[in-house]
Design a protein around this ligand. Structure first.
Ligand code: GLN
Length: 486
């Protein structure tokens, strides 16, 4: 079945004219029709539009277009509902955007289109990317394809579940504090958060601008490298996007990690770490040793401050970014007797409880009298966390950790306790605060047959090393081949 293939397997078949882009797209749409009433990864998708795109790609191939120039010709990719695609709805899984339709393409989308990808569907997420389970979506809760009673993680839960359920060949998500890596871990797929500044955020709805990054979900590390290369590189419409050279990431995937120094941090082996998760990560470390890597203990002493720091900075930035949703410029408008009432009515009806909680928290942290004690202090701690990594990377090439303290949990388990939900981010927040790249790859299953994620971290713009280390593990083990049965 074409929808089950990896990007590199599918493009090989399309290049040899064994299959068409239309057939590949139809296979994904059929799969969505067969399983998505149970998985609930998609909040919407337009079959006709996807098939029209596929036909155009088939015409281009007939006219001589090749994968050498356009590496994603015929590859169906589904998108988190936070990315602008011209003419498609954009809701951020919130009621506040109502019937808003994006008037332009995000830069990452433009680049995927230029590379020949077929972009379809709007994937479920926590409202405005705030959450760890998709239970904060205004529309629906996505289910984990490995166990439909469990959540897929969040906020990019729809993006992870859609790949795990073979409803698309790859997808895009966004990661502010772990929203690509955590759902990738929970759903047994590969999820990459690139270095801050690697991929343009033009056309991505902002949550916390000093942290947000776009990244791919795929079935293999090689596919992750392919999508990263297509989307990376400077963009004059996003001044935070760095004009750093974009290497051919796939060329770095040699399988050879002999002599590389891989760090393990004792601060990540904390209380509350599930024993099956710990065993899987320990086994992965042994695997690296057997591949010839040198294991080095490193210390990241400020790790325990990361969650508090993240939730002050992310909420502060969100409170400012979300001020633009006021009933005047976009989407929903609930009238009132005065402009203040109009704002109040619109925002009251449009935002869900978690988004309101964060706007209140962030506004408080930024208010005069509290700014120094919270926001400014958090910025200073953020620097310490970044410096922890700088020091560690003087000694090692990459660091491996668990992605999450536990495997996926049951829907409803944490939804009434926001602090418990925030604690899910303990291993993903530090990387986000430091702006370094991180990837989660499958490294085993629990006794309940739920996936476990291995997180790998590297230096800023060290994606070649990151992907090389991830790929070497993938090549030498079978964990990435385990599939959810639906
Ligand atoms: N769970 C984190 C939060 O709720 C991460 C979100 C994200 O990365 N978008 O903020």
């Amino acid at each position: 079945m074409l929808n089950q293939l990896t990007i590199s397997e599918l493009t090989a078949k399309i290049a040899s004219k064994e299959v068409s882009a239309r057939e590949a797209t139809q296979a994904c749409l059929d799969r969505v029709a067969a399983v998505d009433d149970r998985v609930k990864a998609f909040i919407s998708h337009k079959n006709e539009d996807a098939l029209e795109q596929a036909d155009l790609i088939d015409d281009a191939i007939a006219d001589g277009a090749t994968h050498a120039e356009r590496p994603l010709l015929g590859v169906p990719i589904a998108l988190k509902d936070l990315l602008s695609v011209k003419g498609h709805p954009l809701n951020c899984c919130s009621k506040i955007l109502h019937e808003y339709v994006a008037p332009y393409d995000a830069t990452a989308i433009e680049r995927l289109k230029a590379a020949g990808a077929i972009l379809f569907g709007r994937l479920n997420m926590d409202e405005f990317a705030m959450g760890s389970s998709t239970e904060n979506s205004a529309f629906q809760t996505t289910r984990n394809p490995w166990d439909l009673d469990c959540i897929p993680g969040g906020s990019s839960g729809g993006s992870a579940a859609a790949v795990a359920a073979d409803e698309c060949v790859g997808s895009l998500g966004t990661d502010t504090g772990g929203s690509i890596r955590q759902p990738a871990a929970f759903c047994g797929v590969v999820g990459l958060k690139p270095t801050y500044g690697r991929i343009s955020r033009y056309g991505l709805v902002a949550f916390a601008s000093s942290l947000d990054q776009i990244g791919p979900f795929t079935k293999t590390v090689k596919d992750s490298a392919t999508l990263l290369r297509v989307m990376s590189g400077a963009d004059k419409r996003d001044s935070t996007c760095v004009p750093e050279l974009v290497p051919d990431y796939r060329a770095a995937l040699t399988g050879d990690v002999k002599g590389l120094k891989i760090g393990i941090a004792k601060e990540y082996m904390v209380e509350g770490l599930d024993s099956e998760v710990k065993d899987a990560v320990d086994a992965a470390v042994k695997q690296y040793e057997s591949l010839g890597a040198e294991i080095v203990e490193v210390s990241l002493p400020h790790t325990s401050y990361a969650i508090a720091t993240y939730y002050i900075l992310a909420t502060a930035e969100a409170s400012s970014n979300l001020a633009r949703f006021d009933g005047i410029r976009y989407g929903l408008r609930v009238d009132g007797d005065s402009p203040a009432d109009l704002y109040k009515n619109t925002r009251g009806a449009g935002f869900g409880p978690e988004v309101k909680r964060r706007i209140i928290l962030g506004t408080y942290a930024l208010s005069s009298g509290y700014y120094d004690a919270y926001y400014l202090r958090a910025q200073k701690v953020r620097t310490l966390i970044r410096q922890d990594f700088e020091k560690a990377f003087e000694k090692v090439d990459a660091i491996v950790t668990p992605t999450t303290p536990t495997a996926a949990f049951k829907a409803g388990d944490k939804v009434s306790d926001p602090l418990q939900m925030y604690l899910c981010d303990v291993f993903t927040n530090p990387c986000s605060l430091a702006g370094i790249p991180g990837i989660s790859i499958p490294c085993g299953l629990t006794s309940a047959k739920l996936p476990i994620g291995l997180q790998i971290l590297a230096k800023p713009f060290g994606e070649e090393t990151l992907l090389k280390v991830a790929d070497a593990y993938e090549r030498s083990t079978e964990h990435h081949k385990a599939r959810a049965e639906l």
